[in-house]
Design a protein around this ligand. Structure first.
Ligand SMILES: Nc1ncnc2c1ncn2[C@@H]1O[C@H](COP(=O)(O)OP(=O)(O)OP(=O)(O)O)[C@@H](O)[C@H]1O
Ligand SMILES: [Mg+2]
Length: 312
């Protein structure tokens, strides 16, 4: 993931002033001030996403971090409108997702985005290859082509030979590989990943991160990746945002956030990571900082400081 993006500066996704308020009745944010918002909250409304703006360039991995309940899943689900935002704009390749009608939205979900969830969401009564090919079936792709493409996607995630197994016969890590293959096979530019590796044990989790790093080099997707884990964010992200109570409290490269946390909340995430990068490890980390390519080489080598620092 840690590649230089100077040549690749097309903005693929832009989110502008996005709000999501869960309330009993629809909320119109026009003309609302802070007091009105407080009133809403006192009446049981939850401001899950609060005036969030960010841009992601083609080929970038943008990581969203934050404590449980900070609004990460709500935000990522707003992008394909699995949750309808209360207000704001979501522009993907120049088109505002919030202005799409039903038909355009179905097409957008089918052709422009793919999602990977923490709990895999595989169909239990279908084989591995059928699970991967399923989205292509919905698109009307012929049986032969979808099986070819599914087989290829499975090979990419290291699951050749497992095509005819059922999800229950696989380990958690393997199931998530199926989840990734299912997303890859769609050949969408945008990949949305909501804590995809959180359910996996530490070694498998690192293996999956390595797989994603390798795949990203091969296929150059644009990825929005949600995690609780700063070491995962540092390994995978070109840029990241830290969320608290629906707001982005800080955005920047992982290095910027590590070296200059905006407030105590961010500092708390960073402190743990810093402790791990202490002593000689920390020195090497800072030496590698100015150059992403340098850091990439370090982070993918087993003896590198960042790799050595990752616990998961
Ligand atoms: N359908 C809903 N109705 C009402 N409130 C909701 C709904 N979905 C989420 N929320 C609230 O919105 C806030 C943000 O939730 P969200 O699931 O986005 O957080 P998260 O950062 O993904 O948390 P976690 O790390 O635990 O997955 C929480 O206060 C949650 O209770
Ligand atoms: Mg969540």
């Amino acid at each position: 993931m840690h590649k230089d993006h100077t040549a690749d500066n097309e903005c693929l996704l832009e989110v502008r002033n996005l709000w999501k308020i869960f309330a009993k009745h629809p909320v119109d944010l026009n003309g609302q001030d802070n007091e009105d918002l407080e009133g809403l909250q006192n009446n049981g409304a939850v401001i899950a996403v609060k005036d969030v703006s960010f841009q992601v360039n083609r080929g970038e991995v943008f990581v969203i971090m934050g404590l449980s309940g900070s609004g990460k899943s709500t935000l990522i689900r707003c992008i394909p409108r699995l949750i309808d935002p209360t207000s704001g704009e979501i522009i993907v390749k120049g088109r505002n997702v919030l202005e799409m009608d039903e038909k355009e939205l179905i097409e957008f979900r089918r052709y422009e985005t793919a999602m990977v969830f923490q709990h895999y969401g595989l169909l239990p009564h279908r084989t591995v290859i059928e699970n991967v090919a399923f989205g292509l079936k919905l698109r009307g792709v012929s049986l032969r082509e979808r099986m070819d493409r599914a087989r290829y996607a499975l090979a990419r995630v290291g699951l050749e030979g497992w095509e005819k197994h059922y999800p229950a016969q696989l380990s958690g890590g393997m199931r998530q590989r199926v989840g990734i293959a299912r997303a890859l096979v769609q050949e969408t530019d945008l990949l949305l990943m909501d804590e995809p590796f959180s359910g996996l044990d530490p070694l498998i989790r690192r293996e999956m991160q390595d797989t994603l790093i390798r795949l990203q080099k091969e296929v150059n997707k644009t990825i929005i990746f949600v995690t609780h884990d700063l070491s995962e964010a540092v390994r995978l992200g070109n840029r990241m945002a830290v969320m608290r109570k629906g707001e982005f409290v800080q955005q920047g490269t992982p290095e910027e956030i590590m070296t200059n946390p905006a407030d105590e909340y961010v500092e708390r995430f960073v402190a743990d990571e810093r402790a791990i990068l202490s002593g000689s490890k920390r020195q090497s980390f800072y030496v590698s900082m100015p150059n992403r390519t340098n850091k990439q080489a370090k982070s993918t080598s087993p003896s590198a400081p960042l790799a050595a620092a990752g616990r998961r």
